[in-house]
Design a protein around this ligand. Structure first.
Ligand code: NAP
Length: 396
C-alpha cells in the first residue's frame, strides 16, 4: 500500500485476464469495517468465475480473507466487541456474481461489521483465512437447510417462513442413531460438515453414524477426531454406492450431503437415502454440473452468498435477498468467534509461496476452472501437488 492506494487482483471480464493493479483504498460505509487483509484462501469458485465471468465490469476477485481491523464505520454499534486492531475473518463475493461488489483479494477491504468472526488467539491468521466460506457453506447445509440442531440460536422461524418445505427436514431427537453420508468427505466443505454433525450430536445427545466417500489416503485422518467417520468408501471404486448399502443394510441414510455434486454423484448419493431421507448438494442442477434421471427426492441446493444478505444474480438465476440467511450467518460467525480452535478445528492449510502476484499462476492452476475431474496438475514443484483435505492459503 502507498498512501491512498493499494494492490488488488482485478479481473477484466472482456479478456478473462487477472492482473495485480494499484487501485484506491476503499472507505468503510457507516455499518462496515475497513480490514487490512493479511492472508487469503482460495475456493474453487474464485478461478471458476475468472474463466466464466459473470461480471461485466472490472472487479476485484476473491472470497476468503483474514486480517486486522483498521477502522470502523460511524454507525457500527458501540456495543460491538469488535475494535481497531482485532483479528477478523470473513468472505466477500467478488467476481462470482453480476452484482457490483469487489472481492477480497486486495490489501484492504470493507465488510459489514457483523459478517466477520473474531479470530481466537489459538488460531493463526493463515488457518483463519481457510474457514469462513467453507464453514458457512457446511453450516448452511447441515443446520439451516437440513435442520440439525445448532449450538447457537438463530431465527429459525423466519427461515422456515421463507422455506416452508424445509420443515419436513427436521427430524428431532431419536433413541436410534441417525445415519449421515457425506460424499467428498475430504473436501474442505466436507471436513467442516462432519464437524458440524459432531457439534450437533454434543448439543442434543443424538447419536449419529457417519459414512463417507474419500480417497483411501484420507481414511485414517477422517476416522480420527474431530471428524469421527465410522465407515468410508473410496469414490474411485466403481461400486462405492453398493458398498455403502452393504454397510448399512436396510437402514440406509437419513441425511446425505454431496460435497462434489458433479456427473452422476447426486444420483448415486440420492440412491442411498432411506424413505423420508433428505439430501443437500453444493452445485445447482441449473448450473449443469450434474445430471440425474429418477431421484427419490429433489436435493436441496443453496449458495453460500445468501449469507451476505443481498440479492444475488448468479448462475443464470436470482437468489432473493434473505434476512433469515443473513441472520443465520451472523449468529454462526458470532459462535465461530469462540468455537474455532476448540469446538471446530480449522482445516489443514497449505501455505503457498509468494503473495497476491502468485495466486493465478499457481493457486488457480491447482484448482482448475470448473469440475473436480478437470483438475489437471502438471507442474513439478512441491507446492503444486493436487489439493487434498486442505485449503490453499497466501500471506499478503
Ligand atoms: N454452493 C455453495 O455455496 C458452495 C460453497 C463452497 C463450495 N462449493 C462447491 O463445493 C465443492 C467443494 O469445494 P471445496 O472447496 O470443499 O473443494 P476442495 O477442498 O478443493 O476439494 C478437493 C477435494 O475433492 C476431493 N475430490 C475430488 N474429486 C472427487 C470426486 N469425484 N469424488 C469425491 N471427492 C473428490 C479430493 O479428495 P481426495 O483428496 O480424497 O481424492 C480433494 O480432497 C466445489 O465444487 C465448490 O465449488 C459450493
Amino acid at each position: 500500500m502507498s498512501g491512498t492506494n493499494m494492490n488488488a487482483l482485478v479481473l477484466d471480464p472482456a479478456t478473462r485476464i487477472v492482473t495485480l493493479e494499484t487501485i484506491s483504498l476503499p472507505s468503510p460505509g457507516p455499518f462496515e469495517l475497513l480490514v487490512r487483509a493479511e492472508a487469503i484462501s482460495l475456493n474453487p469458485i474464485d478461478p471458476l468465475y475468472v474463466q466464466h465471468p459473470l461480471a461485466t465490469t472490472k472487479r476485484t476477485i476473491g472470497s476468503d480473507f483474514a486480517g486486522t481491523v483498521v477502522s470502523l464505520g460511524n454507525a457500527v454499534p458501540k456495543s460491538t466487541s469488535i475494535s481497531i486492531g482485532d483479528r477478523v475473518s470473513g468472505f466477500l463475493q467478488g467476481a462470482c456474481s453480476v452484482n457490483e461488489r469487489p472481492g477480497a483479494f486486495s490489501e484492504y477491504l470493507v465488510i459489514p461489521w457483523d459478517l466477520v468472526w473474531k479470530i481466537p488467539e489459538s488460531v493463526s491468521i493463515e488457518q483463519a483465512a481457510g474457514v469462513s466460506l467453507v464453514a458457512l457453506t457446511a453450516a448452511q447445509s447441515i443446520f439451516y437447510r437440513l435442520g440439525l440442531r445448532t449450538p447457537f440460536e438463530y431465527d429459525e422461524e423466519t427461515a422456515l417462513a421463507e422455506h416452508p418445505e424445509w420443515a419436513n427436514n427436521r427430524k428431532g431427537t431419536h433413541a436410534e442413531p441417525i445415519n449421515v453420508f457425506i460424499y467428498g468427505s475430504s473436501t474442505a466443505v466436507g471436513l467442516f460438515a462432519a464437524q458440524m454433525i459432531r457439534v450437533s450430536a454434543k448439543v442434543t445427545g443424538q447419536k449419529f453414524r457417519l459414512f463417507g466417500a474419500a480417497s483411501k489416503a484420507r481414511w485414517e485422518m477422517l476416522k480420527a477426531e474431530p471428524y469421527g467417520y465410522e465407515h468410508l468408501v473410496d469414490y474411485r471404486d466403481d461400486g462405492w454406492a453398493e458398498r455403502v448399502v452393504e454397510l448399512t443394510g436396510s437402514e440406509r441414510m437419513h441425511y446425505a450431503y454431496d460435497c462434489i455434486s458433479e456427473g452422476s454423484s447426486v444420483e448415486k448419493v440420492s440412491s442411498l437415502l432411506a424413505g423420508g431421507g433428505k439430501a443437500a448438494i453444493v452445485r445447482s442442477r441449473a448450473g449443469g454440473a450434474w445430471t440425474a434421471g429418477h431421484l427419490p427426492v429433489e436435493p436441496i441446493y443453496g449458495a453460500v452468498w445468501e449469507g451476505l444478505g443481498e440479492e444475488v444474480e448468479y448462475q443464470g438465476f436470482t437468489i432473493p435477498r434473505s434476512p433469515a440467511a443473513r441472520d443465520f450467518a451472523v449468529q454462526f460467525y458470532r459462535w465461530l468467534s469462540s468455537a474455532v480452535g476448540s469446538a471446530i478445528k480449522p482445516v489443514p492449510i497449505r501455505l503457498m509461496p509468494g503473495g497476491l502476484e502468485k495466486v493465478v499462476q499457481d493457486g488457480f492452476h491447482l484448482l482448475g476452472s470448473g469440475k473436480m475431474e478437470d483438475r489437471d496438475v502438471t507442474r513439478a514443484e512441491e507446492w503444486m501437488r493436487p489439493v487434498s483435505a486442505e485449503k490453499l492459503v497466501y500471506k499478503l
